[in-house]
Structures are given as C-alpha cells and as structure tokens.
Design a protein. Structure first.
Length: 286
C-alpha cells in the first residue's frame, strides 16, 4: 500500500507515520534538495512536484493521496502537479484527502456552523481555500475519484501548544468578550483521516474539531495551571497593538460542529477538549 503526501508538514508527517505503522510505503513532494534529503532521512521517498515523469512514477499504483499545502494566488499548487501525473500514470487512488480550514465559513458571531453552512470566508487565505475545495471536488467528479475535504480549526499537539508558548515566555491571554474558537489535537486529525480512508465517500466534507469551542484565554489559563506557572494577565483585545494577522484571526467567531464526522465516519476525538489534549501532551513529556 502506498501513500503520497503533497506537503509533508506537521499533520502530513503524523498521518504518514500512522500509515507506515500499518506497513504502508510513503512518498512526498520535495521542492529542493534540502527538503528531499530531510525526507529520505525519515524513510520517505522524495519527489520533485515539478517533474511530471517523476510524479507519474510516484503515483503509479498509489492507494491514497493527502494534500496539505495551502493554496496561493494561483490556486492549489498540488492540482497542477498531481492531476496531470495521475492521468499520465493512469492511476486511480482509492482516496484523496484535501486539508482545508474552518476559515472558509468566515464569521458567524459565535453561532454554530456545519458543513452545510454558507461559506463566507473573510480573509484572502480563507477565500483561496474555498476555491481549492471546489477545484478538488470538481477533479473528483470529473475523474471519478474519491475526494474528501477536511476542514480544520486551530491545530495543537506536541511541540505546538499553549504549553510551549508559556515555556517560551510568549503566553498571552487576549480577551475579547464572547469570542470562542474551535481547535483539534493533531492525533485526532489523524484518527479522522484514517476513519475516512477506511470508509471512503466521494464528495465527503467533514469538520474535524473537538467537542468544546472555547475562549482562547481559558486554554492559556489551564495550560499555566498545568505547568504551575503564573497565569498571564488579561490583555483586552481593543487595547493591544495587534498584528493585522491576529486581528483577522479574532474577527471570526464561531462554534464548529463535528456531528457529521461522528455520524458518517464513526470518529470520536481521543481528546474531546483542550483539557485532555494538554494533559496528554504534558504527560508524554511535551
């Protein structure tokens, strides 16, 4: 069994590791020699996505493809690399997963959103994700492939959590009344992807989020108590010289439902809230 990952980052690597534990071989895109060397050191076959012949060889007989790379001004970079290579190789993978973002929904003033909710992306990045989702869905319909879309919120896990920010002296409690965010532990993303891979459905769209949208200051306070360090003081949102990116982040307020992923995939997050997730990271030495 073979997996190809376009963009082997934090989530892609975790998914690849899970499939390698099942005995799968893994190949991934590498745009420069440094990336290629790093992949090979991890036992991953490195493929130049600009080399169509190399891509066609890598995708021959591939069983699953995961796309994690974000779209740019010209759309999803994986489209122009993967689609022609699939056609050249006459390959028909059983499953293609595209990682999107809950940013496609935009702002819902704290209300619940579902996969059927209107896509009202407010940021350029969110709008590009909307376009990339539609492009991949069209590829699935046009080529008869099983493409599934996964909308992800803020991702945390070992090496990337409020615990790490506090240890680095970067923990902040930015308070905006009524603001909540959804989040997901990286291990629960992997569980969701595996559930979809084992039970593929063409055109499936899933929110992979935990069970409890929460104010970000609550997460930081809980992390501080776990580490037994002082809780960072409140920083009122309107009194801060926040970066434009942070302001855009806080401009979107919504609660994201995971009911469809639970119902269709039988998925359940191992860490239903940030409390269980942070405790597990700390217990594992993270």
């Amino acid at each position: 069994m073979r997996l190809f990952v376009f963009g082997l980052g934090y989530v892609g690597a975790a998914f690849a590791n899970a499939l390698r534990a099942r005995g799968w071989a893994v190949a991934a895109s590498a745009r420069n020699p440094g990336q290629a060397e790093a992949l090979r050191a991890r036992g991953v076959e490195a493929v130049d996505p600009a080399d169509r012949d190399a891509m066609a060889r890598a995708l021959t007989g591939v069983n699953a493809i995961l796309i994690t790379a974000p779209p740019g001004p010209d759309g999803c970079p994986a489209l122009e690399s993967i689609v022609p290579a699939l056609a050249q190789a006459q390959a028909f993978p059983d499953w293609i997963g595209y990682l999107s973002t809950t940013g496609v929904y935009g702002d819902f003033d704290g209300r619940w959103v579902f996969e059927t909710s209107p896509l009202k992306a407010q940021s350029v990045e969110g709008a590009r994700r909307v376009g990339a989702e539609r492009d991949w869905q069209e590829v699935g319909r046009g080529m008869g492939l099983t493409v599934a879309i996964f909308r992800l919120p803020g991702i945390y896990g070992p090496g990337r959590s409020a615990l790490d920010r506090l240890r680095a002296g970067e923990g902040r409690r930015i308070v905006k009344p009524g603001q909540v965010f959804s989040r997901i532990h990286v291990d629960d993303i992997v569980l969701g992807l595996l559930a979809s891979l084992d039970k593929p459905r063409a055109g499936g769209v899933y929110n992979l989020v935990d069970d409890e949208p929460a104010p970000p200051q609550d997460v930081m306070e809980h992390a501080a108590r776990l580490l037994d360090v002082p809780v960072p003081p409140d920083l009122p949102f309107n009194e801060l010289g926040l970066s434009p990116a942070t302001r855009r982040f806080y401009a979107e307020n919504k609660r994201v439902s995971n009911a469809r992923a639970k119902a269709e995939l039988g998925w359940r997050p191992a860490y239903p809230t940030y409390r269980e997730g942070l405790a597990a990271i700390l217990q594992a030495g993270g």
